[in-house]
Design a protein around this ligand. Structure first.
Ligand code: MRU
Length: 330
């Protein structure tokens, strides 16, 4: 990933310390957060300092390795890590893999956690190569939330084909849904696209039908947090309505995700646990004033209640294809 002129990793572990880009401070401040033990890595997942299915998978694997290296009871640590966030499959996949590796030795667990993060990078690169073939020159692409190199280690899932197409000389324009309430699209995707030099526009979450009806979108690509055995997809809240719109307007709707996001033990989307987050995320917004001073302000009617489901489930029938590291599944 490119931040200015420098290449960074989304998250990494050196010795027993985990380092990550602090995604809560972006795009206003670039800061690397240090997590010395598994409890602080768990806290970083819960607070969304690190977020996005693949990145929290890598973080969870590192946390499990930190717990084993710190002689924490592995069963207690595993449950603690699994309780940080419920929806993304990669988190559970990584914890269980590192937990099993730890039965051999602590070193084996540390190696497994590193290997999982590397596998994440390799899968995302291949998703870029396969997904790029879906993108025509001059394509106008709509994406939701952030499934870029902040959300999936170093390359991204939904944005990886876009970066590959751009590097191969294709001209593109990306419309980034702002993705209320945490604004991962407006803050993170827009920041990534700017760093990669990709033409883009931030659009309100409710602009999809307008853009599609005006013929302004050729393709939709999103990521996924968990894909059930029948192909139903849990992804950031608002994905479902974009898929309905795409079907209505006859626009291809692709989901980019590695095989670690496919959950064969979940028959269909109704069995996927949907995270509900604090209503304060709907009521309050944080950003800098013209002097760079950060402020949190209320943006909703004081006293009103808000509901904040973090994900929805898009039925498989609305999805044109899955872009994976093994190719495109229609
Ligand atoms: O709540 P988040 O920001 O961790 O949401 C997960 C996501 O980033 C998206 O749903 C994304 O499309 C999944 S893949 C990075």
């Amino acid at each position: 990933m490119k931040v200015g002129d420098k290449h960074y990793h989304t998250i990494w572990m050196e010795g027993r310390v985990v380092y990550m880009i602090d995604q809560n401070l972006l795009p206003f401040e670039f800061h690397i957060k240090r997590c010395e033990n598994y409890e602080s890595t768990c806290e970083a997942i819960r607070r969304m300092t690190v977020r996005g299915a693949g990145a929290i998978g890598a973080a969870a694997g590192f946390a499990m390795a930190q717990a084993l290296a710190g002689s924490t009871n592995p069963d207690i640590a595993r449950e603690h890590i699994r309780a940080t966030r419920p929806t993304a499959r990669d988190l559970f996949y990584a914890v269980d893999r590192v937990y099993e590796a730890g039965k051999v030795s602590v070193q084996n667990a540390l190696d497994e956690a590193q290997n999982l993060a590397i596998a994440n990078v390799e899968a995302a690169k291949k998703i870029g190569t396969y997904g790029e073939t879906m993108i025509k020159d001059e394509a106008r692409i709509l994406t939701h939330c952030n499934a870029g190199w902040l959300g999936f280690v170093d390359y991204g899932s939904a944005l990886s084909p876009i970066y590959t197409a751009r590097r191969n000389g294709k001209k593109l324009h990306v419309y980034a849904d702002e993705t209320r309430p945490r604004s991962q699209g407006a803050r993170l995707t827009a920041w990534e696209l700017a760093n990669e030099g990709v033409d883009h526009t931030i659009v309100p979450d409710n602009a999809g039908a307008f853009l599609m009806s005006k013929g302004m979108i050729d393709l939709v690509i999103t990521g996924a947090d968990r894909i059930a055995a029948n192909g139903d997809v849990a992804n950031k809240i608002g994905t479902y309505e974009k898929a309905i719109l795409a079907k209505h307007f006859g626009i291809p709707f692709f989901v980019a995700a590695p095989l670690s996001t496919f959950d064969h033990n979940t028959a269909d989307g109704s069995a996927i646990e949907i995270e509900h987050r604090s209503q304060d995320e709907v009521h309050y917004q944080t950003g800098p004033d013209e002097n760079g001073q950060m402020h949190t302000i209320r943006v909703t009617n004081p006293g009103s209640e808000a509901l904040n489901p973090a994900f929805d489930v898009t039925p498989a029938a609305l999805i044109t294809g899955f872009i994976t590291e093994n190719g495109v599944i229609n």
